[in-house]
Each structure stands twice: as structure tokens, then as C-alpha cells.
Design a protein around this ligand. Structure first.
Ligand SMILES: Cc1ncc(COP(=O)(O)OP(=O)(O)O)c(N)n1
Ligand SMILES: Cc1nc(C(=O)O)sc1CCOP(=O)(O)O
Ligand SMILES: [Mg+2]
Length: 227
């Protein structure tokens, strides 16, 4: 029997359209300013990913996460924590994203319960099947294009895996991630993704709000085209 507290796939799909990921190391401006602009431009989901050289830890990380979550709440955009289950629980965040080297989604589902969003990174059909079995709500599939935002990224996959999953009838909500820009986002949606996930194309943009708006328009046009 299906769990009545589980967030429906249709809701997850619409949240994934423009999924912005960011931590303090990704920003040229103050992170709160970057996120405020991105929210104003219409991002649909946000992930706090405080990782890399110079990343905050301890109470500084917690305080930044809390203030960014408040901004998301004010805009009605769910707040996802990358990797850190204790932080997600302490903040009562809306969900968590984990990869293949992080805690397994099955354990996280037991700790968080069914009303929270769990995302899992997957790079092969086997990882996709395992994530579905473990109770993931959505997948992050990448890197679609070369990225400089993740040092330990897997080899570039293009849109191949996304296409293959959809051809096999696997319809779990998913985003493409890795090196996505305004010029290469459309093929990711055409391949069958429900949205795109990005760091630098928004965090480093000269006009953050306008850039987020243009990503949303590109994704919505791509989704309409597929109907
Ligand atoms: C939406 C989304 N997709 C993939 C990832 C990558 O997660 P992971 O492989 O665990 O790598 P880190 O981000 O933890 O370095 C993601 N964060 N979000
Ligand atoms: C966080 C992350 N995960 C990836 C994966 O392939 O799983 S690629 C990536 C970095 C995405 O940043 P940008 O939009 O700047 O390329
Ligand atoms: Mg991770």
C-alpha cells in the first residue's frame, strides 16, 4: 500500500524544474544575497552544499544554513541539505541529497520518515535501481557536461543515461546535473529530465535573478515541447 505521507512524484517533478545548489564557496557575493536573487528569479528547489576549499564548519555552517533556509521558507521553496543528515535533522530541513559515497537512502528514509524529500546521485542503471528500491524521491544524474564545481566528479555522461532510463520506462523524477548553462540546458529536458540542477551558472552569474528566470523559461518550454 502506498504511504499517504510520501510526497507525490508529480509534486517532486515540479520542484525539480530549476534546482539551484550552492554553498558559501560558490559565491562571489554574500550567499544570502545570491540566494535572494535566485529565489526572486524563480528557482524551484534549493540545496545547501557547503563543501570544498574554505567551506564553513560547525556553528558557522549551521548559522548560514539556518539563515538560507529562512529565505527559502519565505519564498515557499523547499530547502534540501547536501550529505549532512545531522544538519538536516537539526534544522528540520525539507530533505537531503546523498551520493554513492554517503549514507544509504534506505537508512536515511528510516531516520527522516516518509514526509521528507530524499535525493540520490546515480551514474549507472544499477545505481538507479538501487536508489529506487531504497526509497529515493528523485535522482541527480550527471555529470551531463564537464564541470569545475565538483573535484571528484565521474566521467561526463552527456544525456545518454537519462535517455536510456526513460526508454526503459523508468519514470522516477530526475534532474540532469553538471556543467549546465543556458546554451546547453534544452537537450537535458528533451532527453527526459524533469529539470536541471546547477551551481555556477546561477551562483556566478552577473545577473542572478534574470539568469534564474531564463533557466525556468527554458525548462518550461522544453517540458511543453515534450508533451
Ligand atoms: C541534485 C544533485 N545531484 C547530484 C549531486 C551530487 O551528489 P554527490 O555525488 O553526493 O556529490 P556531492 O555533491 O556530495 O559532492 C548533488 N549534490 N545534487
Ligand atoms: C554537485 C555536482 N554533482 C555532480 C554529479 O555529476 O553528480 S556535478 C556537480 C556540480 C554541478 O555544478 P555546476 O553546475 O557548476 O557544473
Ligand atoms: Mg554527497
Amino acid at each position: 500500500m502506498s504511504d499517504p505521507n510520501r510526497i507525490p512524484s508529480s509534486v517532486i517533478r515540479s520542484l525539480l524544474e530549476v534546482y539551484f545548489i550552492m554553498g558559501s564557496v560558490n559565491c562571489r557575493l554574500d550567499p544570502a544575497e545570491v540566494l535572494t536573487e535566485a529565489l526572486g528569479g524563480g528557482i524551484t528547489l534549493f540545496q545547501f552544499r557547503e563543501k570544498g576549499n574554505g567551506a564553513l564548519t560547525g556553528s558557522a555552517k549551521f548559522e548560514l544554513a539556518k539563515s538560507l533556509m529562512q529565505l527559502c521558507r519565505a519564498h515557499g521553496v523547499p530547502f534540501i541539505v547536501n550529505d549532512d543528515l545531522d544538519l538536516a535533522i537539526a534544522l528540520d530541513a525539507d530533505g537531503i541529497h546523498v551520493g554513492q559515497d554517503d549514507a544509504p537512502a534506505s537508512m536515511i528514509r528510516r531516520r527522516l520518515g516518509s514526509g521528507k524529500i530524499i535525493g540520490v546521485s546515480a551514474h549507472t542503471l544499477q545505481e538507479v535501481q538501487q536508489a529506487i528500491e531504497d526509497g529515493a524521491d528523485y535522482l541527480g544524474v550527471g555529470p551531463v557536461y564537464p564541470t569545475s564545481s565538483k573535484e571528484d566528479a565521474q566521467p561526463v555522461n552527456g544525456t545518454r543515461l537519462i535517455e536510456e532510463l526513460r526508454l526503459q520506462g523508468i519514470d522516477i523524477p530526475l534532474v540532469g546535473i553538471g556543467g549546465i548553462t543556458l546554451s546547453n540546458a534544452a537537450p537535458v529536458i528533451a532527453a527526459g529530465a524533469d529539470g536541471i540542477s546547477l551551481i555556477s551558472a546561477i551562483a556566478q552569474a552577473d545577473q542572478i535573478s534574470e539568469t534564474a528566470r531564463r533557466f525556468l523559461k527554458t525548462v518550461e518550454e522544453g517540458l511543453r515541447h515534450r508533451e
